[in-house]
Design a protein around this ligand. Structure first.
Ligand code: DAU
Length: 242
């Protein structure tokens, strides 16, 4: 089955205050590059040639100006507009046509991490019908989707739980089989009014089709002032491997 890449770069970016007043979070600098280069390079580093970027109306023009056709990155870029920030799963739903009949590797545009994704893809490759997530042990799991593990399997995932059942955060790196778009169609908005990617992953837990790979190297989001500073520090010390 073919594999297509999706970078989700919409959302409101409200947690970055004045920094995102006139631009999009994913265009801010992390080390020597705009943030969006990192997820994009992870995808192209795997040889993925077709990449879809989703963002809102406000700054789509800037993404097109930055990435163009994708020629400079060795890929073909496709762009889709998410009219309102209705959640990660809603943004992914816009990739339905782009991904018809393919598996899709999705990376959240604000996730910065060291490991190249070859081992993740190799592990997932043996289970073509499953969804696959990357997990990372963190000291503050309440900020993330959190996986509950038993006997080497994910048996539950909760979004930003008050009392996390483990310290394994679900990173913003997901591989889905083609039926993910049918799953997204069944979702209802959560309490925060979004179609949640965690609800998608819970479906694959329930149907026993969710696998995972634990990331060895550093992983952080860059969506708060603090984590953006951390991302810059990490990237300078040890540049991500593509
Ligand atoms: O970073 C990993 C975490 O990302 C996961 O552990 C959580 O399960 C997942 O829900 C998500 O949590 P956040 O609350 O941190 O996600 P955030 O709203 O910051 O969105 C992350 C990225 O997704 C953002 O950089 C752009 C994209 N996005 C988000 C929304 C809400 C969109 O493209 N469209 C959207 O409507």
């Amino acid at each position: 089955m073919t594999l297509r890449g999706v970078v989700l770069a919409g959302g409101k970016g409200t947690r970055l205050g004045e920094l995102t007043k006139v631009t999009n979070k994913h265009l801010l600098p992390v080390g020597p590059y705009p943030m969006v280069y990192y997820p994009l390079k992870k995808l192209t580093g795997l040889g993925i040639q077709e990449v879809l970027l989703v963002s809102g109306t406000e700054h789509m023009g800037d993404f097109v100006e930055l990435l163009g056709s994708g020629r400079g990155h060795g890929c073909n870029m496709t762009y889709r507009v998410q009219d309102e920030a209705g959640g990660i799963a809603q943004a992914l739903g816009l990739a339905a046509h782009f991904c018809t009949g393919s598996r899709c590797l999705v990376i959240l545009g604000d996730n910065i991490f060291l490991d190249p994704l070859g081992p993740f893809l190799a592990a997932a490759g043996e289970h073509a019908d499953s969804a696959w997530v990357a997990l990372k042990r963190v000291h503050d799991p309440k900020r993330y989707g959190v996986a509950e593990l038993k006997d080497g399997k994910v048996i539950g995932i909760e979004e930003k739980p008050e009392r996390p059942k483990s310290d394994y955060a679900v990173a913003g790196i997901y591989l889905y089989p083609p039926d993910v778009f049918e799953v997204i169609k069944t979702l209802k908005p959560s309490r925060r009014g979004e179609l949640e990617i965690t609800a998608v992953n819970q479906y694959y837990v329930r149907t026993r089709r969710l696998g995972y790979t634990v990331l060895d190297g550093y992983w952080t989001d860059a969506g708060t002032l603090e984590s953006l500073a951390v991302a810059n520090q990490l990237v300078r010390q040890d540049p991500p491997r593509f």
